[in-house]
Structure formats: C-alpha cells, structure tokens
Write a new protein. Structure first.
Lengths: 257, 464
C-alpha cells in the first residue's frame, strides 16, 4: 500500500532481469519488497542481489515464462504471499533479428511469444491482481516501434503494437477499479536488448527511463491522472513520433530507420 | 436522532463501489460500501466478507487509510444511531454509527456531555472507540476508552459479544482501529455539566520552552489545556505559540443574559471551503497568512472568556470540508507522542520542518497524562504534537523518515488515526505490545476477515 506521500512499498517486475525494468525499480525505491519474475533463475538471482546491494529490502524471485499462462498467474500470486503490490512493471520482450525472421518464420513466432504473449500475460495477470486489491499502477513497456512499421524491425513492432493496443484497452477497462495504467514508449535505450546496435538519435540510458517513470508515477499518485498516461522516453520523442507518423510513405521509406 | 452518510474524505460513487480516501485525501483505494441497518446486517456482512475482508467506516475523519479497504468491503453504520440514557442518568448507550455532534445536541440540553471529545464533532462513536480518541482534558480524564462501561462487538465469526474493561478483548478493541470487529453499540459514563459553556484563558508566548513550562503548570490547575504553535512565523524556527486553558463553566460564571438558558445549543452556522483548489495553493505564503490571522484572532490574550462548548471543542467545524484547500495531493497530519523527558524532540521536529521549508497549517501541542491498558492506544505520558503538512510541493518525503527516527529513538510513537506515513517497523517500535494485541485479535477473528489498507500498509494483521 502506498503511503500518503505516494511512497511505494511493494513492486513486481515481470521481466525481472530487464535493464530498463530494474532501473525503474531502482528509481521507485520500494520500501518493503520487490519481486523479480523471469525465466532464467541464475540471471534472476544476480539481478536480485544487484538491487539488494543498491539498498532495496526483501528482493525475491519467481518463475515467469512467456506462454506459460496459468502457471505464470500461480507463480506471481504465490510470490506476493498475500501482500498488496503497488506497482507492476511489464518489461518482457525480445527484439529478435528481422532478417533472420524473414528467412525463418518460426523465429517470428518465438519473438511474438516473448514480446507479445509475454507482455499480454504480464499485463493481464498484473491488472487482475491490482484490480482485486482496488489500487495500484500497471506500467507497460511498449515502444516507439509500435507506432509505425519500419523496415528494420516491423515484426518486433507488430508485437509491440499489439501490446500497446492491449494496454490502452486495459486503461479504459480498468476505470473505476482504482488501477492506473501507464504506457511507456521508449525510443532507443542502451540496454542488453540493443547491445551492439548503432544508437539511434535521442538514445537514452535505462536509468533515465527509470527516473522519468518514477517522476510520472509520483505525479499521478496525487490523483493527477490526466497527465502522463502515455509516456515517451525521452519526452521529446512525442513530437518526433508525431512528425514521423505524419510523413507520407515514400518519404518515410527513404529515412534511414 | 438523525445520522449522516460517512463522507469524510471523498467517496466517488460507482454503484456501491467507490474510490475512498481518508480525511487527508492523500491515500486512496476502491472498495464496496455496504449500508447496514441492523446488528444482523453487520453479522451477515462479516460472515459473507470476500477474500479482501471487511472493516467499519465511521465518518471518514481519520486522516490516512484506517477506514479504507481496497478491493474489500466497508460497512457504513450511520443507521445505527440510537441513543438512550439510563434512568439514573449515569450511563449513555448509543449506536456506534451515531455522530458526536448529533450526540452533543442531545446530551447538552440534559446537562450532560461526552467525557472526552476530539477536535471535531463530525466523528462517529465507533470511530472514537476504535481510535481511543483523546481531547484537551487527557491529562485529567484520559482517553475515551477509559469512560466506556461496555461495548457490543460483532467478531470475525459474525457473533455478538458484550465486552467490558475486565476483558483483554475490550482493550484490544479500544484503539484497535476496527480490526477486532465491528462495534455496534457503546455504553459510556457521561460528564455532568451545569452549562454548555467553558471558561477560557488564552496566553501568548514568544518561545516554545516558556510555553511548555506554562502548560506543565496549567495542567495541574485546568481541566482543558491545548497549545497552537506557529511553525511558519518569522521569529525563528518555532516562533510563537498560544496556550489555551479552560474549565467547564458553572452557572455563576455566565453573564446574566446566558444564565436563563445555560444549556442552550450553539447557533454557529458552518461555512464551506471552495471545492477545487490547485495543488500547492496552500503554500508558504498562504500558510503564513492563515497562521497570522489565526494567531491574531484566536490567540488574542484574554482571561475568563465564556465560550460555547461546541466552539471550544470543535473550532474547525465552522468551515465545512476545509480539507479540500490542500488541493489534489492532500495533506498528512503528522502526530506523535514522546515521553515527558524527551520534550526537546518537539522543538527538533519543528526546526527540521522549518529547515526543509515544509509549512504546517495547524500545529497543535498537548501534554498527555497516563495511558490506559489498550495495547494500541496512542496516548502515553508526554508531549504530543500534531502538524498538518500539505503533500504537494514540499520535501516531505525526504524529511519525514528522519523525523520518524527522532521520534522512535526518543521512545515515542505515532497515532494510527492520523497515520499515512509510518513504516511497519517505525510503527512497531513505538508499540511494544503489538504482538500481544495481534494474538488477542486473532482469537476474536481467527480467519482474519477484518482488515484495512492501514492494516496492510503497517502489517498490523500479518498477510496471507
Ligand atoms: C479536524 C479533526 C480533529 C481531530 N482531532 C482529534 C483529537 O483531538 N483527538 C483525537 O484523538 N483524534 C482527533 N481526530 C481524529 C478522529 O477523532 C479519529 O480519526 C476518529 O477515529 C474518526 O472517527 P470516524 O467516525 O470518522 O472514523 P473513521 O475515520 O471512518 O474510522 C477510523 C477507524 O475507526 C474504525 N471504526 C469506525 N467505526 C467503527 C465501528 N463501528 N466499529 C469498529 N471500528 C470502527 C475504522 O475501521 C477505522 O479504523 C481529529 C480528526 C479531525 C478530522
Ligand atoms: N532497449 C530498448 O531500446 C527498448 C526500446 C523500447 C522498448 N523496449 C522494451 O522495454 C522492455 C525491457 O527491455 P530492456 O531494454 O530492458 O531489455 P532486456 O534487458 O533484454 O529485458 C528484456 C526482458 O524480457 C525477458 N524475456 C524475454 N523473452 C522472454 C520470455 N520468452 N519469457 C520470459 N521472459 C522473457 C528477458 O529475460 P531474460 O533475461 O531471461 O532474457 C528480460 O528480462 C522490453 O519490453 C522491450 O521491448 C526496449
């Protein structure tokens, strides 16, 4: 339960090893506990001890594998041990290799499972948990790649577009339940996902995303729900994307994106 | 008698499912409001509580999340508002949903008064027991629980129990914040009064230490004592303060115009604060102006002023919904008590808030006398300070943890009825008998049906 100053007690990170996800948790500084959910127990343990040495209390882990549906729901519910969770962050996904997918369609279904199905399960389970307790915030990591198909990553973009759509639907569906949905659309973030790729303009660090999300959550905790339910990271991308989305196809296709 | 809906903090309607906040409007969650009209209804609601449990909501005058229960049920007992006086006039029995101001309107003309009143009349009797409220006479009369002869409680099995002060379950309920069960009816010993007035003296002080010394002195002489401090004044960090003391007025104290009708009810009409004010409007400047005005008016030195008891006990009730002036983010009432020998913490806390630039709208200081056997009852001998701190635009988040440490290290503790900031550990340190209370609570409610947002946040009732 958040206190009167909006301080957060418990956070659940789905995609527990995610660079961006962990940076958000580190900025939110939950005072009582954090659960990291993911598919790789060793990597989760490392992530947990990293957050613990950054001073976060009671960091625990639990299994979450995209596509496992019911098992994921049981795992997350059990990991919370009957406690309320103030913020659920959905940071599952993989970028995939567009060229490889075009050559090998089954790679595409793997990406769709990790990025769309994983995101969907995290969002649906998370919103159910939050709605049943009558308060809380669901943070869903979408992407600017969801906004307009690009030659270089439109399969990933299609999965993110599905998740973006889902999160907006949930935001409306959850009205009156006390649950707030914050949709985050980062641009290029220097993380494990983009390692080795040439940085795009306006590239930022996971900690910058973390700080920005924490600021928005603090503002919205005071009931200012009008501002910031869709967050661009960095904020300038909102305008860049507005322009890019409005460009005619022939112009857009010639851009090096 | 008439009751009124438990509005308090806000409750936005969506069928019977609503967003509910405390009086400070800084904590919120969605819960199902259940109107009960009989003891049987209460019992039914308790036995049919879902996984998120149930708790009573009085008038919503607690500042934090005590009468919130996200995802669960809140019982509105405003229909349980009967009042009865025993034939010898020694015992008043009331429904727990009755509001204190309504009760006072019924008692005063009969020459009776509640033995203890909090700073507002807009609370229910159930809420007064659950928080074990204290008043300006704590140093003489203790808290409300000490004047209760018996109470009826619906426990976690939906069964009714009549509890008296001989039983540990009684004391677990007094100050137990609704977590031992639903109080349906209360029998207490009223105070006999000759008039509906108090004789009031007000003295100004330029320095806190002098004020505290005077208060200690006045506590030996007066039934009622309270001090208001100006935490944003210009005369140094803890600037000025006023000490108000008083006693119930005897007929002989009244001027002839009032003597004819010494038990007359107050004719004050309430004003209403504007509904929407942008967050942060109540900034340093406006707090300063408010304090200056308050000190100029309420703080003008005088002796022997005759004040109506309603006015004397409930000065803020003259402005309806004044809690809305703090804007969207609301405010926190920070109230703690420290032992007598740690009185210096009062000054340290004021100084720390001053340094942090966190203005306090109303700062009230009071000395407590002995506590009672309630394991979660707040009062203990020492100094209690209550500050109203707007959440918006202040560095509260950064200063409060340091203040918490000061209070806890001095052997002090926080008041659950006001709390919206403590952590499970900072709370527990101040209440060494918490585990004893938990065990007793579990015997009353083995399935842990009674729960609130406060109980979850502070882990009063262990999860699971
Ligand atoms: C302006 C103002 C001044 C105040 N001054 C003082 C003061 O001087 N001294 C002081 O001690 N307090 C003071 N208070 C606090 C107030 O007295 C307490 O918070 C009180 O509990 C509020 O009662 P309520 O009916 O509004 O209860 P709520 O705020 O609705 O509920 C408070 C708690 O009581 C429980 N509860 C309510 N009804 C029942 C019931 N029937 N059975 C079981 N549990 C129940 C709830 O579950 C909750 O835990 C003040 C509050 C305000 C707004
Ligand atoms: N980096 C960017 O530029 C960028 C931009 C926009 C949006 N995003 C989105 O932000 C989120 C976090 O990304 P990140 O940059 O922090 O990358 P990251 O560090 O690679 O994190 C991705 C997370 O998803 C998990 N995951 C992937 N597939 C999974 C599966 N099948 N089952 C369970 N977990 C799976 C990963 O777990 P493992 O450790 O087990 O692999 C990891 O925890 C993602 O949703 C991403 O799409 C990133």
């Amino acid at each position: 339960m958040r206190d009167g100053m909006g301080r957060i007690q418990h956070v659940l990170l789905i995609g527990g090893t995610s660079d961006i996800g962990r940076a958000i948790v580190a900025s939110l500084r939950p005072s009582e506990g954090t659960v990291l959910a993911g598919r790789d127990p060793d990597a989760l343990r490392t992530a947990a001890s990293g957050l613990a040495s950054a001073g976060l209390p009671n960091v625990t882990t639990c299994p979450f594998v995209a596509g496992d549906g019911r098992a994921n729901e049981e795992s997350l519910t059990q990991a919370l041990q009957g406690r309320d969770v103030d913020v659920v962050i959905v940071a599952v996904g993989e970028l995939g290799d567009q060229r490889l997918i075009e050559a090998e369609p089954s790679e595409g279904s793997r990406l769709a499972t990790s990025t769309y199905v994983g995101g969907l399960e995290g969002s649906l389970i998370g919103s159910r948990l939050l709605a049943s307790q009558g308060h809380g915030t669901l943070v869903v990591l979408s992407s600017v790649a969801a906004l307009r198909p690009r030659r270089s990553n439109f399969v990933y973009g299609s999965a993110k577009a599905g998740l973006d759509f889902l999160a907006r639907g949930l935001r409306d569906a959850l009205r009156g339940t006390g649950v707030d949905v914050v949709l985050v659309r980062p641009g290029f973030v220097h993380s494990r996902m983009t390692e080795g790729l040439p940085a795009a303009p306006l590239a930022i660090t996971p900690s910058a995303v973390g700080a920005q999300v924490a600021r928005i959550l603090a503002r919205r905790a005071g009931g200012r729900r009008a501002a910031g339910s869709v967050v661009y990271a960095p904020p300038a991308l909102r305008y860049v994307m507005a322009v890019l989305r409005a460009l005619p196809g022939p112009v857009f296709r010639r851009l090096p994106l | 008698m008439t009751g009124s809906a438990p509005a308090g903090g806000s409750a936005t309607h969506a069928g019977d499912t609503r967003m509910v906040t405390g009086w400070g409007r800084c904590t919120r969650s969605v819960a199902h409001m259940v109107q009960v009209t009989s003891v049987e209804d209460v019992s039914h609601a308790v036995t049919n509580a879902g996984v998120r449990g149930v708790v009573a909501r009085g008038a919503g005058r607690s500042y934090g999340d005590a009468s919130q229960n996200g995802g669960g049920s809140l019982l509105d007992l405003s229909a349980l508002n009967q009042a009865r006086l025993s034939s010898d006039g020694a015992l008043v029995t009331v429904g727990a949903g009755l509001r204190l101001d309504d009760l006072m309107r019924w008692l005063l003309p009969q020459g009776l008064m509640v033995p203890v009143s909090p700073g507002t009349g807009r609370v229910t009797i159930g809420g007064m027991i659950a928080a074990d409220v204290h008043g300006k006479n704590h140093h003489v009369d203790g808290s409300f629980g000490s004047h209760v002869a018996s109470l009826d409680l619906i426990d976690g099995r939906g069964e009714q129990r009549r509890l008296n002060p001989e039983q540990p379950e009684f004391w677990a309920t007094v100050g137990g914040m609704g977590l031992t069960g639903v109080i349906t009816s209360v029998a207490f010993r009223p105070l006999r009064v000759e008039t509906a007035y108090a004789v009031v003296n007000v003295e100004r002080f330029a320095r806190l230490q002098a004020l505290m010394d005077a208060m200690r002195e006045q506590d030996r002489r007066r039934r009622y004592t309270v001090a208001w401090l100006d935490n944003v004044g210009t005369g140094g960090p803890v600037g000025r303060g006023i000490l108000a003391t008083g006693d119930n007025a005897a007929i002989g104290d009244l001027d002839p115009s009032r003597m004819g009708d010494p038990l007359r009810l107050s004719q004050d009409r309430a004003l209403t604060a504007p509904r929407t004010v942008p967050s942060g409007l109540l900034n340093r400047a406006s707090v300063g102006t408010f304090n200056a005005a308050w000190f100029a008016w309420e703080g003008r030195p005088r002796t022997g002023e005759i004040q109506h008891l309603t006015r004397f006990f409930h000065p803020l009730d003259r402005v309806e919904r004044w809690n809305h002036i703090y804007g969207r983010k609301g405010f926190i009432q920070y109230q703690f008590v420290v032992p007598d020998n740690a009185g210096s913490v009062v000054e340290e806390v004021l100084a720390a808030l001053h340094r942090a630039g966190a203005p306090s709208f109303l700062t009230v200081l009071k000395r407590f006398g002995e506590g009672n056997p309630g394991p979660l009852s707040f009062p203990m001998p020492g100094w209690t300070l209550a500050l109203d701190l707007p959440v918006a635009g202040s560095g509260l988040k950064d200063v409060l943890p340091a203040l918490d440490r000061m209070v806890v290290e001095a052997g002090g503790r926080f008041y659950l009825a006001k709390d919206a900031h403590a952590s499970p550990s900072s709370f527990a340190k101040g209440y060494p008998r918490l585990d004893e209370w938990r065990r007793c609570r579990d015997t009353l409610d083995p399935e842990r049906r009674f729960v609130s947002d406060l109980a979850r946040r502070l882990e009063l009732v262990p999860p699971g």
